[in-house]
Design a protein around this ligand. Structure first.
Ligand code: LMR
Length: 320
């Protein structure tokens, strides 16, 4: 069986972590692309030597040439600038939009059959622009956000209930900004919905509200702590979960920024919703019914994403 080829567009902290996970999880071979000289080659060599300890045989190549991503099965895009303390993700729009244009053109020319996962912020607007710039089918271009946000929600809930993360399920929908919507009604511990756990007295509404707020601001908390850059371990693990579902046709149901054509009342835009990822890419958008408060918050989040899309159109006429 041919080994999968995974192109990592951007070889910073997330790109390096992604390559390490590709090796450790034996997902295939990886190409680390970056415009920075030396860095992708250095990381590829270092990670190849780590393979000699860990026992993985992935071929890892560093490059500055888009031609090297040719034939990639999956492209994971982290290229662009991360935010610094005091900035919002939206402050990155102008600079990262230019990066998405170059990346989209590179993927279009060299890896048009790939499944593309975008991590660059502001996520929902960048994945939309990347799809436009690359011209790839909308079911083959997705944004990594909901998996990360749901993982943060899951971690905080597992801490609160003092149970394994394996027994917690969570859904965070909407845009990947401070308006994201952790859906408490569909989050459970061992199948028991959080509202029922509150009724049982296992936790309080106040504690859950605080966790929801912390989840919404989860990326910013890490940006503040790191001082110079943003999270990379959890974002990398999240994108790998999506790539794994695609490459192995696992059909996992994951919250991702997906292209919507009427679902959830959204048309012609990307926003975080539950989708099934299999060998065809996004195979199904799963429409869950949101309760009054969640529905209202979801709409606020959608409107925030639409505003960013409009801003992109103003910056690049080819998107209008
Ligand atoms: C995250 O949520 O960790 C990323 O979107 C990075 C950021 O700027 O918060």
């Amino acid at each position: 069986m041919a080994r999968s080829k995974i192109a990592l567009i951007g070889s910073g902290m997330i790109g390096g972590t992604l390559a390490h996970l590709v090796g450790l999880k034996e997902l295939g071979d990886a190409v680390l692309f970056d415009i920075a000289e030396g860095m992708p080659k250095g990381k590829a060599l270092d990670l190849s030597q780590a393979g000699a300890v860990e026992g993985y045989d992935a071929v890892l190549k560093g490059t500055q040439d888009y031609a090297d991503i040719a034939g990639a099965d999956v492209c994971i895009v982290t290229a662009g600038v991360p935010r610094k303390p005091g900035m919002s993700r939206d402050d990155l729009l102008e600079i990262n939009l230019k990066v998405m244009k170059a990346v989209g053109e590179g993927i279009k020319a060299h890896a048009p059959d790939a499944f593309v996962i975008c991590i660059t912020n502001p996520l929902d607007a960048m994945v939309w622009a990347l799809q436009k710039f690359s011209g790839l089918p909308t079911n083959k271009v997705v944004g990594m956000a909901g998996v990360l946000d749901s993982a943060r929600f899951k971690h905080f809930l597992a801490e609160e209930f003092d149970v394994s993360v394996e027994d917690v399920t969570t859904f965070v929908l909407g845009g990947h900004g401070d308006t994201m919507v952790p859906v408490v009604e569909y989050s459970t511990v061992a199948g028991i919905p959080i509202p029922d756990l509150i009724k049982m007295g296992w936790t309080s509404q106040g504690k859950i509200d605080a966790i929801v707020d912390r989840t919404r601001k989860g990326g910013g908390e890490i940006v503040q702590l790191l001082g110079n850059g943003s999270a990379y371990y959890a974002p990398a693990s999240s994108a790998i979960a999506m790539a794994d579902s695609y490459l192995k046709d696992k059909r996992r149901l994951l919250p991702c920024a997906a292209w919507l054509t009427g679902e959830y009342g959204c048309d012609g835009m990307y926003v975080g919703v539950p989708v099934i990822i299999g060998e065809e890419g996004v195979e199904k958008v799963v429409e869950i019914e949101l309760g009054g408060e969640a529905q209202k918050n979801f709409q606020v989040s959608v409107d925030a994403v639409k505003e960013l899309m409009e801003a992109c159109k103003g910056l690049d006429s080819s998107l209008a």
